[in-house]
Ligand binder design. Structure first.
Ligand code: AMP
Length: 383
């Protein structure tokens, strides 16, 4: 059975690795060259895109910014899972906000900006403490601007002056004073059955995910249920098939959706060792019509992204429960090179393992590691 993934990065690679034991042959489309490649070696396979589409059981995407002509072709095959509407929604913050509003799902107060002069009205309506985001093609903090006060508005307008806001509007969001950021990774099959992983707590630095801990600490049943209800509402509306990630801000006992990702997600990488069935396998199961796998956590887990760095001691593998996932990419600043998964018996033990891990890593590239290790070590009782 073949599955064709649009995008040939690390997510396609990890789908390939998860598909192999199931006899699922994952092929990837390099969306720039339109070549069909092996997701590990990136070597072109002996097939055209059209032939690969015909031969595949289903088509899926590892990122939402698939060029529209390619997405349309995939949609026309009748095999694209999740469907085009879901992928387009994940790729466009204006569509995403419209969906959240339609479903009455809590999110940050916001306005859509199609002309720079509208910013004055935005400030009057939702205040001057704003995060302004390009509605398309932004990721990991790129395409975002911060406004702290009215005094900075003139300068911000200058910075935004060259953008074509008719073509790519901005979403101006009120900054949320959240306690923490969490995400729910879930999976929905072709019959509408859903399964959820436990909530993960996510630590960002400069707009980029650095550490996820799952199950997150201090999660009440009501909070997990709230997240699952949000997921189900979104997934049902989109008639979604596959893994969907919902990123949220926690404010008190309420969740506000920040964004959705219609794909396997970085904050779900912990599932590779920390759960009975990882997100990559479950995505493949869903899109090929196989029964969904058990999403229970095996133990408290942490996922630590390796960003913009290649030199560290592989001896970190001596830490019990520690696993390395290396993506085989050339290094660039802020580029995700791989990740480390650590699984413990308790959150406290996990914290101790992270403390040990810190001894093997250049800490300037891991700004969240020590504080998280300390926080977890202080947890006496797991919830
Ligand atoms: P995003 O690209 O929307 O995921 O934003 C990247 C990161 O910026 C988020 O993970 C948050 O840490 C922060 N952020 C984005 N939007 C907001 C907001 N409305 N209020 C506070 N922080 C935000």
């Amino acid at each position: 059975m073949k599955v064709l993934v649009y995008g040939a990065g690390q997510l396609a690679r990890m789908m390939y690795l998860a598909g192999t034991p199931l006899g699922i042959d994952v092929q990837a489309v390099d969306v720039n060259s339109q070549a069909v490649v092996n997701p590990i070696s990136k070597e072109p396979l002996n097939t055209t895109l059209e032939q690969a589409i015909l031969a595949a059981e289903s088509l899926t995407a590892e990122f939402e910014h698939v060029p529209e002509a390619l997405l349309q072709q995939a949609h026309d095959s009748g095999k694209l899972r999740p469907g085009m509407q879901a992928i387009l929604t994940g790729a466009d913050r204006v569509r995403e906000k419209a969906l959240l509003e339609k479903l009455h799902i809590a999110n940050s107060a916001h306005r859509i900006v199609t002309d720079i002069q509208q910013l004055d009205d935005v400030l009057s309506a939702i205040g001057a403490d704003l995060i302004i985001k390009a509605s398309r093609d932004g990721y990991d903090g790129y395409g975002q601007w911060r406004l702290r006060s009215q005094d900075e508005l003139a300068e911000l307008k200058l910075q935004l002056a060259d953008l074509d806001l008719q073509a790519v509007p901005l979403v101006a969001e009120k900054r949320v004073e959240f306690e923490r950021e969490v995400s729910l990774i879930g999976v929905r099959d072709t019959s509408g059955n859903v399964k959820f992983y436990p909530l993960a707590e996510n630590l960002h630095h400069q707009g980029q995910l650095h550490v996820s801990v799952a199950p997150a600490t201090d999660v009440t049943e009501a909070l997990q249920r709230q997240a699952e209800d949000i997921f189900t509402s979104l997934a049902n509306e989109l008639d979604y098939v596959g893994v969907l990630a919902v990123e949220m801000f926690q404010v008190g006992s309420s969740l506000l959706v920040n964004e959705i990702a219609p794909r396997v997600h970085n904050s779900g990488h912990w599932t590779m060792q920390g759960s009975v069935t990882c997100q990559f396998e479950n995505h493949l199961r869903a899109v090929t019509g196989l029964p969904l796998g058990d999403t229970r956590a095996i133990g408290p887990s942490a996922m630590i992204n390796i960003i913009g760095c290649t030199s560290f001691s592989r001896q970190l593998l001596s830490i019990p429960g520690c696993h390395l996932h290396w993506y085989g990419k050339s290094v660039r600043k802020k580029r995700k090179m791989g990740h480390i998964n650590v699984v413990g018996q308790t959150h406290k033990e996990l914290g101790e393992a992270l403390q040990k891990l810190a001894e093997f890593l250049p800490l300037e590239h891991f700004p969240k590691l020590i504080s998280e290790a300390k926080r977890l070590q202080a947890i006496v009782l797991d919830n």
